[in-house]
Design a protein around this ligand. Structure first.
Ligand code: NDP
Length: 296
């Protein structure tokens, strides 16, 4: 039987509606509108679409947004000055630097310059440290989105074997940390997994992925996960977004793996919309924390 499709779009809409209520409550308590400032450097077409989607999503839940567009010739110092201004701007609660940045810019230095209190992407080393100690200030958007999706699709992973393919700082590593944690924003059932992390030097990838009850692909290679790599009845989450001549495809051979797995995320319409929703969640969290109106 073909796998059930995990509806990321629907779950993201649910989360946005919950966030819209929380934003209303924040305003009703007398606090100012949460505000996300996005910085976009250069003319990268995909980045422009991503930033526009994020701004539109902000609007839908009542979060203000600012877009700071800079030329692709912008210097490191100019960009750092803008980040510093936004760090000190009390109207701005969250700062997002759209990646990739042009070659003349040292992205690590710029990301590290964002105030940890406004670091809604959860990239700052201080926030990564807090996360690794199990007391996060902000949760990384894509991994948190995956957990929310699992929860909303009634997938329990406690005590199960999760295999994460990919070990990047943005997806693979924090994903593994969240899955192995004792608890999550959705309760202990979408945490407490036994986690294996794979990467390009993993000796026999298929041998490892076939052991996964939950398989998460964050590789960046079109359709790298084939049906023979998946245990029958597994839950398969495809984080990959690859632009090919045939359009957007994930890291999983969707048509093939769908015949083996119990549940699977599509691309597009899977993890992507959740990532944006969790960015809004973090922006509201940042506003609540800065206003002293926080349970976090
Ligand atoms: P990176 O390129 O930073 O990391 C890719 C990881 O995959 C690396 O750890 C790499 O291993 C591993 N890898 C590469 N090839 C293989 C292979 N043949 N076998 C096993 N492992 C391999 O990518 P990101 O983590 O940033 O992103 C991954 C994918 O997710 C991309 O398609 C990206 O576009 C997408 N993405 C989607 C988001 C969403 O919202 N849906 C958000 C963020 C990213 P090694 O470390 O050894 O090099």
């Amino acid at each position: 039987m073909a796998a059930r499709i995990m509806d990321g779009k629907g779950s993201a809409a649910e989360i946005r509606s919950e966030l819209a209520s929380s934003v209303k409550a924040h305003l009703a308590a007398g606090y100012s509108s949460p505000c996300l400032a996005a910085i976009l450097v250069g003319e990268d077409a995909a980045s422009q679409v991503y930033v526009r989607n994020k701004q539109r999503a902000c609007e839908q839940v009542g979060i203000d947004s600012q877009l700071h567009r800079l030329a692709d010739t912008t210097s490191q110092d100019e960009l750092l000055r803008l980040v510093n201004d936004l760090n000190h701007n009390k109207q701005v609660h969250g700062i997002l630097i759209q990646l990739p940045l042009p070659d003349q810019i040292d992205a690590t230095q710029v990301l590290d310059a964002v105030s940890p209190l406004k670091d809604v992407d959860a990239f700052h080393p201080a926030n990564v440290g807090l996360l690794s100690q199990g007391r996060p200030r902000f949760l990384p958007c894509t991994p948190h989105g995956v957990q929310q999706l699992l929860h909303r699709c009634e997938v329990s992973i406690a005590g199960k074997h999760a295999v994460v393919v990919g070990r990047s700082d943005i997806v693979g590593k924090p994903m593994a940390m969240l899955l192995a944690a004792r608890n999550s924003t959705c309760g202990p059932e979408v945490a407490n997994a036994t986690v294996t992390v794979c990467h390009s030097r993993t000796a026999d990838l298929a041998e490892v992925t076939r052991q996964a009850d939950l398989l998460i692909a964050a590789i960046g290679r079109p359709q790298a996960i084939t049906p023979d790599m998946v245990k029958p009845g597994a839950v398969v989450v495809d984080v990959g977004i690859n632009r090919t001549a045939d359009g957007l495809v994930g890291d999983v051979d969707f048509a093939g793996v769908r015949e083996v797995a119990a549940q699977i995320t599509p691309v597009p319409g899977g993890v992507g919309p959740l990532t944006v929703a969790m960015l809004l969640f973090n922006t509201l969290t940042a506003a609540q924390q800065q206003a002293g109106n926080s349970t976090h």
